[in-house]
Design a protein around this ligand. Structure first.
Ligand SMILES: Nc1ncnc2c1ncn2[C@@H]1O[C@H](COP(=O)(O)OP(=O)(O)OP(=O)(O)O)[C@@H](O)[C@H]1O
Ligand SMILES: CC(C)(CO)[C@@H](O)C(=O)[O-]
Ligand code: BAL
Length: 255
């Protein structure tokens, strides 16, 4: 169970899912520098290792692996991984360094731990697809399990980055999931994916988001785009900014 720490109930759900499937659960806490661009929040990303260790033990995790940057990336390491396919747009377009960094650190963790099963959250839906593709393409012998998104009482997806939000920003953030649910509901009415995306972007700006990186309705199996109406099982995904905070969320769109 790879994480970047600052753990919350969403992460603990992954531990519980892992504990159902394996007799030993190993979590990693590593704020991975290779997936952050220079202007991003590597320096300010929340770190609380002692609390994380307690939470993990309480949820049934047997071992915590929290390597240093030097241990993970010794001087002279030059190998990179480029997944292509599902890594190419959405998060990949707005954070071009991210999936290369994720693929590199996740493949290293898989080699270090040699797990039978690895659990990832659907909150990072594109990441889950990228990891599945990498494992398939590189014949890595691990089963990838996706776990549903844990939300607060208002539907906001739990995320370590929610800690950056002020009270007023939290009010805005809590509208993201409702806007996506409205978009998902329209899909069954024959409206085109492009119209759903445009209307959801306008609704997010109206709700108080400062800018929208994307709202996208995509095929749930490979994230390919729709030309017109949504006629296959889909996912609606969004990334939007409030002040300095960038939030992502997604949900299933029934065909
Ligand atoms: N609300 C959630 N529900 C289910 N899984 C989650 C949730 N939040 C994070 N995860 C999963 O936990 C794993 C570790 O994620 P990470 O440490 O980046 O947490 P995060 O809260 O998503 O942080 P960030 O703010 O960086 O996005 C990933 O597989 C991620 O998808
Ligand atoms: C999978 C991961 C731990 C790799 O650094 C990270 O991208 C995350 O926390 O989702
Ligand atoms: N939660 C995905 C990791 C990242 O935002 O870099």
């Amino acid at each position: 169970m790879p994480t970047m720490g600052a753990l919350h109930e969403g992460h603990l759900g992954l531990v519980r899912e892992a504990a159902q499937r394996a007799d030993r659960v190993i979590a990693s806490v590593f704020v991975n520098p290779t997936q952050f661009a220079a202007h991003e929040d590597l320096g300010s990303y929340p770190r609380q290792e002692a609390r994380d260790a307690e939470l993990l033990a309480g949820a049934g995790c047997h071992l915590l692996f929290a390597p240093s940057v030097d241990e993970m990336y010794p001087a002279g390491a030059t190998t990179t991984i480029s997944v292509g396919g599902p890594a190419e747009d959405l998060e990949g377009a707005f954070r071009p360094q991210m999936f290369g960094g994720v693929a590199l650190v996740v493949s290293k963790l898989f080699n270090q731990v040699q797990p039978d099963v690895a659990v990832f959250g659907e909150k990072d839906f594109q990441q889950l697809m990228v990891v599945r593709r990498m494992v398939r393409d590189l014949d890595i012998p691990v089963e990838i399990v996706g776990n549903p998104t844990e939300r607060d009482g208002y539907g906001l997806a739990l995320s370590s980055r929610n800690a950056y939000l002020s009270e007023a920003e939290l009010e805005v953030a809590r509208q993201l999931n409702g806007v996506l649910a409205e978009g998902a509901a329209k899909a069954g009415t024959g409206v085109s994916a492009a119209v759903i995306e445009r209307e959801a972007e306008a609704a997010l700006l109206g709700a108080g988001f400062d800018s929208i990186d994307y709202v996208a309705v995509r095929d749930a199996s490979d994230l390919s785009a729709f030309e017109g109406p949504v006629d296959r099982p889909a996912r609606i995904l969004a990334a939007a900014r409030i002040g300095k905070t960038r939030l992502i969320d997604n949900m299933a769109v029934p065909a």
